[in-house]
Design a protein around this ligand. Sequence first.
Ligand code: GLC
Length: 398
Amino acid sequence: MHSDRRRKRHPLLSEKEAITLHGKEEVVKAAKALLRHNRRTVCGYTFTIPSPHEYRHQWLWDSCFHAIVLRHFDITAAENELISLMASQHKSGMVPHESKYTLLGAELPYTSRITQPPLIARAVLDVYSKSRNKKFLMDIFPRLQLYHHWLEDKREVDDVLKVIDSNESGEDNSVLWDDEFTIPTHMTYLRWLTTYVPFVPQKAAIKSVKSTAIYADALHCMAEIAKALGMREFSSYYKEKSEAVAAAMAAVFKLKDGMYYSRTNKDRPILYKTNSLFAPMFAGIVSKKEAKELVEKHLLNENEFWTEFAIPTVAISEPKFSAKGYWRGPMWVNINWMLHRGLLRYGFKDVARQLLQKTIAAVKKSGFREYYNPLTGEGLGATHFGWSTLVADMILKK
Ligand code: GLC
């Protein structure tokens, strides 16, 4: 196996060139070039790393996002991304949030001990909707089933999803965890110990609105995948399960104001206004009336989420809002992507278009960065960041 360092790289737009991009076509072109540049082969599998400097391994929900964008340009690469992801699956069925490490050119089979939001079935279905490749679907379905079996066994409580580590939520340093962790926020990197080092006990768990919405959608995708494979019984099982999870979301998370809040392990609602308020729209969980309220009262509210480079991960009205704080205020493109799909699902075409414009504006201003100041559009964190190319999927849609 070649070390990925020695492979010839596809040329890449510099951050400065990305800043001068004009028009949607250029954004799409730059997205394509970036995903190509971040492609690596490790342990015989080909996938896309999130960022060449900061994140040089395979990550679960990153790869799902990468595959969803790649399906527009290179369907084989999109399939390989997911095949590689599932190859790291543990015997138990768990798919780790991080795998396929390289250290000084050497390949390490080590993986992390936690998972990430279960977007895999969504990515598989989106890729299949472009390729119609049944062989890919057939090959991956047994592993997906095993993963969903593990989720049901190890992560479901009261039919909603429990997340046992802030890194498992994908929003590592979110304010949602502030009252759960004994480790103070400014020492957040100590939390990583629980993720990687065996025998360090995980200290917190929450019932998560975001992960459960992604789960309900994934179950719906599992039903569609089984249907495409002619497996009727499995299809009805997943369909019913998706409906049960949707119903449980309302029972467990909905408060009197009609909005959905995650809950602590001790079953206390976590009342901060974060982007998670909109997550139920992604899976079609809320009613039309509730969606309208969410959009009109909160999303389009300039004192909460409708900033110039929306949306902030935490409403700007929250005392905890921090414009540059990691997952504590900045705009992340994957969150906008989820919201964009939710808006289209409920028919808010014009709001979806405006959200897309805001996302494009941030990418044009600062390139594909890990996250952005939602007030100024300043790029923050990792550069050449893979999932920020989701803006291309928002442009190209289905
Ligand atoms: C950070 C993010 C996480 C992501 C990873 C790789 O840890 O919080 O969601 O998967 O980086 O991009």
